[in-house]
Design a protein around this ligand. Structure first.
Ligand code: KG4
Ligand code: ZN
Length: 335
């Protein structure tokens, strides 16, 4: 049995978690409100906020778990991809603590952590896929379909050639003058809207790759043209606009996932990343069980957007195999 402290600081959430093997004891997240007024994450402000948050967040994670730092067996941290300044705060903190406690460090890839979040166990919840499974990873920075053959064997079957799905949804929200991040706001407003109210160009990319920039531009032109005729167009059609753009994005994600399942013959199908919090995507996944004969894996909300629990889970897999990293490890922005 091992106690692992995990740290996540790749973007604008400072998070720390404590795991006892795969059992989650605590998972704290300090979100940064400072970015809202800018309509997106400001990297310099993000790293400063991480510096302020990291000590109290780690302290609270240990206290909530009821664990003293001297009981820890390893520290897992997100090494990349993400914002370099943000990552640097988590990486430096993890190194310093591991050095002072004389315990090993485990580096974790943020995307792999999202994909492995399904293995987390809580006292109320455990629903893990078996290998191999497919995972649609959809976040603000990434849109990929992966085949997962083991905790260390990932094959990217397809990815976006331009914008990520979350980025597209956030930009649509910005066009409508909604706040940041736009995903949860669009999700809420879309519930009252008609998804067929407006025609938005659907991506036409062959195979398992994605493209969302055309969809985004089509939405921009639609709003721009309608505003010329009616300056109150957005306010008067907000719910329908949200439902139309959300459905266009989610339809495309599901279309590709269905194709990937067909091509590979894999019936264990998962979603992960911030956009997997989307209620339409989640209900489409549930329907997939009956419609396509899948076993669907939809993570609990707290494991969808960025969190250290998933970093701890990915870290625990590596810890078991003694795949530690050295104090020389530096963050990476891409990959
Ligand atoms: O995984 P994540 O927290 O950070 C990255 O690694 O990028 O994902 C953030 C993204 C944002 O684009 C946000 O708008 C989107 O996830 N998101 C949602 C929902 N909740 C968060 N998108 C659609 N519907 C939601 N309910
Ligand atoms: Zn993420």
């Amino acid at each position: 049995m091992a106690y692992i402290l995990a740290i996540e600081s790749s973007c604008d959430d400072t998070s720390a978690a404590v795991l006892q093997d795969d059992l989650l004891l605590s998972n704290l997240i300090a979100s940064q409100k400072v970015h809202e007024m800018y309509g997106g994450v400001v990297p310099e402000l993000a790293s400063r906020a991480h510096m302020q948050n990291i000590v109290p967040v780690v302290d609270s994670a240990l206290k909530t778990a009821g664990i003293g730092k001297h009981q820890l067996d390893a520290i897992a941290f997100t090494r990349g991809p993400g914002l370099l300044g943000s990552l640097l705060v988590g990486v430096s903190f993890a190194k310093a603590l591991s050095l002072s406690l004389h315990i090993p460090l485990v580096e974790v890839n943020h995307l792999e952590a999202h994909v492995l979040s399904h293995f987390l166990r809580t006292p109320q919840y455990h629903h893990a896929p078996s290998f191999p499974y497919l995972c649609l990873l959809v976040s603000g920075g990434h849109t990929q379909i992966l085949r997962v053959d083991s905790p260390s064997d990932f094959t990217v079957l397809g990815g976006t050639i331009d914008d990520a799905a979350g980025e597209c949804i956030d930009k649509a929200a910005k066009i409508m003058g909604l706040g940041y991040p736009g995903g949860p706001i669009i999700d809420r407003l879309a519930k009252e809207g008609d998804p067929s109210a407006f025609k938005i160009a659907r991506p036409r990319i062959a195979g398992l790759d994605f493209s969302f920039s055309g969809l985004k531009t089509s939405f921009l032109y639609l709003v721009r043209d309608k505003l010329k005729e009616n300056p109150d167009f957005i306010q008067q059609n907000l719910n329908d606009l949200c439902a139309s753009v959300q459905t266009a994005v989610i339809d495309n994600l599901m279309e590709k996932l269905v194709l990937a399942a067909k091509q590979t013959g894999i019936r264990q199908v998962a979603i992960g990343g911030g956009v997997s919090a989307n209620s339409l995507l989640r209900s489409r996944m549930e329907q997939g069980q009956g419609k396509y004969g899948w076993e669907a894996f939809v993570p609990p909300f707290s494991f969808t957007t960025d969190n250290a629990a998933m970093v701890g889970m990915a870290g625990f897999f590596k810890f078991q195999e003694k795949r530690f990293c050295s104090l020389d490890a530096v963050p990476y922005a891409r990959g």
